[in-house]
Design a protein around this ligand. Structure first.
Ligand SMILES: C[S@@+](CC[C@H](N)C(=O)[O-])C[C@H]1O[C@@H](n2cnc3c(N)ncnc32)[C@H](O)[C@@H]1O
Length: 211
C-alpha cells in the first residue's frame, strides 16, 4: 500500500483512477499471469511509483509509444498523471494486448491511449517520445526503436542500478548510429526511492536546450 500523503502529492485528483488500475493489476493482472503473485504487495512502490518517475521528462503534449508495455507499465500510469499526452501501448503478445485493451477502456483512457499488438521492430510511425521499462538491454532496445523516435524524438528507458553498465555496453553502437545517451536519476516524490532514466536522442539534438 502507499501512504495517503504520497498518493495525494503524486496523483492529486487522479488518485481514484490509479487506485482502480492497481486493483485490476492485483486481481485480474495476477490471475491472468501478467504479473507474478509476489508482485501484489509491491505494486505501488516497485511498479506504479517507479513508472511515474519518468513523467517529468516527457515533453508537454507529446505523442508517446510505450514499448513492451506488458500490464501497462509505464504507459498507463504515465497517461493517468499526464492528461496532455497521447500514448500507444505496444505489446507483442496477444494475451497481454487483450488485457491492455480492456483496462484502457475500463479506466476511461481510450480517447488518448491506444493499444497496438506488434513487435517494436515492425511498428511504423513516428513518436516524440518512446518509453520502455524492463524490456531489453539498452543496445537492443535502441536497435528496435530508433526508427520510431528519430530524427527529432527521444527514447526514455527506465532502468535500475545496472544503468551505467548498460550505457557503457551500448556506447559504440550508439555512436555508430549518431546517438547519444545521458542518465538522469529520477523519483516520483522527494522521499521515494531513486531510479534512473536513460535518455537517447540524436547527437544533433543534444545541443538544444533541455525543456
Ligand atoms: C518484462 S515485461 C515488462 C513489461 C512492462 N514494461 C513492465 O515494466 O512491467 C516485457 C514485455 O515486453 C514485451 N516485448 C518483448 N519484446 C518485445 C518487442 N520486440 N516488441 C514489443 N513488445 C515486446 C513482452 O511481451 C513483455 O510483455
Amino acid at each position: 500500500m502507499v501512504g495517503e500523503a504520497v498518493l495525494e502529492s503524486v496523483f492529486g485528483d487522479d488518485r481514484e483512477v490509479i487506485t482502480r488500475y492497481v486493483d485490476i493489476l492485483a486481481s485480474r493482472g495476477i490471475d491472468r499471469g501478467l504479473l507474478g503473485p509476489r508482485e501484489a504487495n509491491r505494486l505501488w512502490d516497485r511498479h506504479i511509483l517507479n513508472s511515474v518517475a519518468v513523467a517529468p521528462l516527457v515533453s508537454k503534449g507529446a505523442s508517446v509509444a510505450d514499448i513492451g508495455s506488458g500490464a501497462g507499465l509505464p504507459g498507463i500510469p504515465l497517461a493517468i498523471v499526464r492528461p496532455d499526452v497521447s500514448v500507444v501501448l505496444v505489446e507483442s503478445l496477444l494475451r497481454r494486448s487483450v488485457f491492455l485493451t480492456e483496462v484502457v477502456a475500463e479506466l476511461g483512457l481510450d480517447d488518448r491511449v491506444r493499444v497496438v499488438r506488434a513487435r517494436a521492430e515492425d511498428l511504423e510511425g513516428s513518436f516524440e517520445v518512446v518509453t520502455a521499462r524492463a524490456v531489453a538491454p539498452l543496445s537492443r532496445l535502441v536497435g528496435w526503436t530508433k526508427h520510431l523516435f528519430l530524427p527529432g524524438g527521444e527514447l526514455l528507458a527506465l532502468k535500475g542500478s545496472s544503468v551505467a553498465d548498460e550505457v557503457a555496453e551500448a556506447q559504440s553502437s550508439l555512436l555508430a548510429s549518431g546517438l547519444v545517451a545521458d542518465v538522469r536519476p529520477v523519483r516520483a516524490a522527494a522521499n521515494l526511492e531513486e531510479t534512473f532514466v536513460v535518455r537517447v536522442q540524436s547527437v544533433s539534438r543534444e545541443t538544444q536546450p533541455v525543456r
